[in-house]
Write a protein that binds this ligand. Sequence first.
Ligand SMILES: Cc1ncc(C[n+]2csc(CCOP(=O)(O)OP(=O)(O)O)c2C)c(N)n1
Ligand SMILES: [Mg+2]
Length: 685
Amino acid sequence: MAGQSIDQLCINTIRTLAMDAVEKANSGHPGAPMGLAPVAYQLWQQVLRYDPQDPIWPNRDRFVLSNGHASMLLYSLLHLAGVRDVTRDYQVLDTPAVSMEDIQSFRQLDSRTPGHPEYRLTTGVETTTGPLGQGVGTSVGMAMAGAWLGAHYNRPNFPIFDYRVWVLCGDGDMMEGVSAEAASLAGHLKLGNLCWIYDFNHITIEGKTDLAYSDDVAERFRAYHWNVLVVEDANDLEALAKAYDAAKATTDKPTMIIVHSVIGFGAPKKAGTAHAHGEALGKEELAGAKKAYGWPESPPFLVPDGVRERFQAGVGARGKKLRAEWEARFADYRKAHPELADELDRMQRRELPEGWDQELPTFPADAKGMATRVSGGKVLNALAKHLPWLVGGAADLAPSTKTLLTFDGAGAFGPADHSGRNLHFGIREHAMAAAVNGLAISKIRGYGATFLIFTDYARPAIRLSSLMEVPSIFVMTHDSIGLGEDGPTHQPIEQLMSLRAIPGLLVLRPCDANETTEMWKVIARSKKHPAVLVLTRQDVPTLDRSVFAPASGAAKGAYVLAEAEGGAPEVILIGTGSEVSLCVEARQKLAAEGIRARVVSMPSWELFDQQPAEYRAQVLPPALKARVSVEQGTVFGWERFVGESGARIGMHSFGASAPIKDLQQRFGFTVEHVVKAAKAQVGKA
Ligand SMILES: Cc1ncc(C[n+]2csc(CCOP(=O)(O)OP(=O)(O)O)c2C)c(N)n1
Ligand SMILES: [Mg+2]
């Protein structure tokens, strides 16, 4: 190691930690960290505004590793920079986020160094990556958040938010469609705080990228209105420094830095080949690479003297100073603008402002009623008025999803003005969902809206919101065949149930306007669980709550909406959303025939699951086996609540293009059909 500059020592430490960790785990991806170590090091050491002593400092620069398979690169940085651990309730600890022990338990059960970086698990991981494209997609939401926070909360002499979002990404990210959606949006919105650094190493798993990919990435990004820079050699620290400076100086558009690198740099045979991508190097290559770095073959996991100190003197010292300046500035800001400072405090802790629910509407009974997308829009606006950091928009469907914020001052977030609260994602559902996650990670309550059918276009990001345990909000309207004439391409069948299959995701399908208010309350209070709010296109009656149980029961996921009259129930009708009123009508018909039916409204399986067993048994008494579920989606899964012997009224096929009345007849969503099924259940068919 003699003669190596301290910077080179640091870079080679990152490389060898990654190589040794993958070797020990006999699993992982050494090649990208080996190639990218100088790129990441130069960024962290010279540029990143980040204080390892306070990894949740709100104005820190964000670093996203979109090529998440290179996780050891990030873990090495977090370890060497001495990033501290932070608890779930935002307490900064003295202990490291990633210890040497963690590095040595890479990819092992319960370690903080899982195969791909996980936001929920490891402090310093700013977003979960691994599914290629998600990191770059999410980074656009993070940059929107930074821009919005700055435009909204900065005051003359008080630049409270001016952080940047730096993203490392690879060939895989460039090939994934979501990167196109996200880059197009970021370019249009002139997100000057965003920089993607593209590891252009010409290698993916199957071999050379020319097997499947020959884009001119520079031209592509220029066409998206990005500032495009090229660094010819990933080991050229000076060229990297220049590129980073140029990115910082470019404030009117995002920057793309294309860095030519060699995967597995230094490995005698595997360098520049796909063999360096996703497997341990093996003894010989490992030794050969270390030799090439002028590194001793053993001990493994070597951190030479001076390396940690170097990080302290670089990113550590800079971050400490910047944060101290910011803290002082924020203390003055708090004096000058106490209300704004209070908002920021609450936002950072995911708390609600006082009076957030003061205007939430209660809707009068109305037999004609209104579509839940319409009541949803009213509740959203009433909520947003008093929850100033609720920000969102639709994928070009706001007139249909009713998600536009229409009150005075709501404003639009556009290229010229980043302060507005209405976002326009364009027809980019996947990037929208990823960006909403980026907002949520940035502590903004972000929502994205489209038709329920198009959750399929957004699903990878919806899934990640749940894995990350961040409260992203997805408003999904046109929730069934009830949307009518648009037909089977637009009619969700399996979507509702498949969303329920995502662990931790709240799927909320209110039956009327008042349940919609209740569901928005659940969403507003949620700190960890993302939610999909599922709303109708068509009108549904607003139930008379002086006759039926209060809508507050909806917060429990399921409740007895209408009890059987004249004795214990003989059969339970379980409905969700628009089908609840069908159950209510059927109950009446059954009563006329002397059959006692209970109606359970079940807007959310997940909320119901959270209730104590006694409550669940009150709503669905285990002894009462005669049950009918009614939902305009796949019947798949309803046996869970109606049992093997129960009846499931739902969809068994795709829908059809027709007026809603004809569809309801054709697919059996009629009072007569529900009555018939209930009678069969009680043996009176
Ligand atoms: C959405 C998605 N598809 C497939 C994979 C599997 N996968 C992991 S890495 C990789 C190749 C990525 O190539 P590149 O981004 O060039 O990374 P490099 O090999 O250069 O490190 C693939 C296909 C994935 N993680 N995510
Ligand atoms: Mg590659």
